[in-house]
Design a protein around this ligand. Sequence first.
Ligand code: IMP
Length: 431
Amino acid sequence: MANVVVVGAQWGDEGKGKIVDWLSERADVICRFQGGHNAGHTLVIDGEVFKLHALPSGVVRKGKLSVIGNGVVLDPWHLLKEIETIRAQGVEITAETLMIAENTPLILPFHGELDRAREEAASKGTKIGTTGRGIGPAYEDKVGRRVIRVADLADDATLEARVDRALQHHNPLRKGLGVEEIDREALLAQLKEIAPGILEYAAPVWKVLSEKRKAGKRILFEGAQGALLDIDFGTYPFVTSSNVIAGQAATGVGMGPGAVNYVLGIVKAYTTRVGEGPFPTELHDDDGQRLGERGHEFGTTTGRKRRCGWFDAALVRQTCAISGINGICLTKLDVLDGFETLKICVGYELDGKTLDYLPTAADEQARCTPVYEEMPGWSESTEGARSWNDLPAGAIKYVKRVEELIGCPVALLSTSPEREDTILVTDPFAD
Ligand code: IMP
């Protein structure tokens, strides 16, 4: 049976939520494998809007199993609130439909405080522009072997020992930052209060998934953020703190690399970025303004205005290679409707040389200037198109040129936030 990974191939916000929801109809299990509630996935189903941050996008579908894997960092308070909100929209969430890996690290209130305190103290040029949700500090604690994990909530003595270990690190750190020390008893009381609500969903996810796979069930892995925010391959240090590329999917739930059969990269027809960091094709003119307005480019999680720019084929070619992308889903093509001329970045000029990829060194990235190719736009609307025949010739030419430049075929095209406004070229789940 084919298992599919969906990953972002730019700086996140490519429209993964809608596609995961669309694909989840064909899947039995939908897994989050990295990131946390820094993600923001918007689903529009029959006009109703669902905003998800920590829950897998498959949760709104009946009869599917949604999984939060060990590669995720989980804010338990946020999760319980999100479950309540989504339930209030009529969605059923039970221990049969949602499972959380027992070895999932928890984001605690002091992680968010540290994240925000660091950002506030950062000077220009060092600020990351994080979502302030404690993602980085929680991953630091996981690697530092002092994080509290879901399974630790089940036993008071273990929980107390884990909290002591975490505070041994955090209290001196807070003292140095001039922040009040963490009150051990208050934290323990907070954790014990939410423990039953979280433990209800705790499961040995690696085992459940192994059994599902043996039973021939289809698994969909839902990536968050995008490859250019990857901790190793992104524009470091202006990145998130997890591996977001497809290779992480198996590790982030406890499966082997052979569990993944198809990697679908989600690619916006132009480029956006939230937060700080390099962005070679960023526009500061009317075209950039127009992309932002037409594309409603405001963050789902923080409401921040997204930076906008032309499509960067060189960067997407790079992320297709790093994530092993088999096919892309091109989203928001309709935002380009009505532009007289479109530009596509095909490479960079650096110190008199032309490069077909973005170099790793920060100073080189800063000196790279994009090399553009221009194409005529189209005046017709592509919004809501459901077949190639509905697309104007200019739009088809643009899509074909994108395929050529990134060296990867278009498997799906999304033409509006609505679930059904999607053109299927290749079914990622086809065996
Ligand atoms: P963090 O993940 O909150 O630590 O933020 C690190 C960087 O990743 C910042 O530039 C954020 O704006 C960016 N980021 C994190 N999550 C998302 C997302 O879901 N979409 C787009 N950018 C994100």
